[in-house]
Ligand binder design. Sequence first.
Ligand code: C2O
Ligand code: CU
Length: 485
Amino acid sequence: MTQTWWSGGTISRRGLLVTGAFAAGTALTTGPATGSAGGLAAPAAARPRATVLRARPTTVGLGRRRVRTWTYNGELPGPMISASTGDVIRAPLINNLPEATTVHWHGIQIAHRMDGAPGYSQEATRPGGTFDYVFRVPIPGTYFYHSHVGTQADRGLYGPLVVQDPREPLSYDEEYVVVLDDWLDGILGTPDDVLRRLNASTDHDDTLRSDVLGGVTAEVRHPLYLVNGRPPETPETFTGRPGRRVRFRVINAAADTAFRVALGGHRMTVTHADGCGVQPVTVDTFLVGMGERYDFLVRLKDGVFPLVAMAEGKRARAFALVRTARGRAPRQDIRVPQLDGRRLAYRDLKARTRPDLPRPERTVTVTLGMRPSGNEWTMNGKLAGDPYRLRVERGETLRVVLDNQSPMWHPMHLHGHTFQVRVPGGGGPHKDTVNVKPRERVEFDVQAANPGEWMFHCHNLYHQEQGMMGTFGYGRPPGRRPMHH
Ligand code: C2O
Ligand code: CU
């Protein structure tokens, strides 16, 4: 297939439209995501306004259901925050929750004190309190933000963050932001209730847990899967025109679900992984783990197409529509042959926008393990309360071997940095989250260039809360132990 996405480095994105739930880069709007394709113009390089994030209990509609949950500004997902490379984002948090909270800016190479990591970069903000998040966004890409306290991120406390590149080399007409989530809050109790039940259960046949299928395993049975806060029965609808080139930005904000994503009737050209550019690769489907993001380009055909995200190992799906013509929408259970087509693998990804890291001087192995209870997840044998600490020295490059000796897969995420995943032939993608399948080893190189004591953990929220949280720290350990919630 000929590559026609390149515009030769000129600014080609006048008239760029952001459609769907995030049309306006809304700062202070309230009410649930509408899912209407408003097509309001969002100037790519607009100066970001302050986006107030008011964390508060809310009732949201999910199809036929109404559930009590916690959101930012009453919206699900939280407001779209958009900026341009190098901008300063200001996002004052107002905590109207009954618990302390923080906001973490996932994937941003941020100044440490703005990282929203409770016990590491700040004390969590108490009920009634505020915290003024102000930070520069040095690298363009697709990111998101979420609460980093306890299981709060498995409520509605997350939202997209997109940093536009003023010198964007890709050429496209519109972009659609696709935020995926698994949902249980207000249906199976709260995420805290579910965590308590998981902690009390002793084997993997508990009714809370899902089946183990293929290489990717799933644990918690979430009753709903959402695209931009909408379940399949009232699907998010992206409208466009046939022949238009669209950039999809897919964000997996789920707690416990990897999604296999495909667009019926189309192949997808993947251009970014975790916000960083990769050599374009055309596939039918890709797997996106919790905390990962993929961007892909598509030239829209004429019709109404299902955008599906299969909840891997769970026999359920998130579902949205891409509409370029009138006509009947496909049913939510429609078969999408692309799901069984060519699937993206990490070895297909080659860095495009960032240089290779220097050769590492040393190698550290981090073993991902499970205690016999089945309820505790370890990094080199340690749990979050007395965390494994990967010590680095400022400026060094090191190789990290993630050796998964547990029967579950783990999307491992490092705060404050990107790392370069090792793939055959070299030149692997720069990412901040990487899936490690059961019994698999994944290697990455990382340069220690952002001092601080950073979280390094599994982005399965339940694994994180069951111990799989370490630190990536510069020099001698800080005087006091990180605190945990
Ligand atoms: Cu998105 Cu420490 O997490
Ligand atoms: Cu895990």
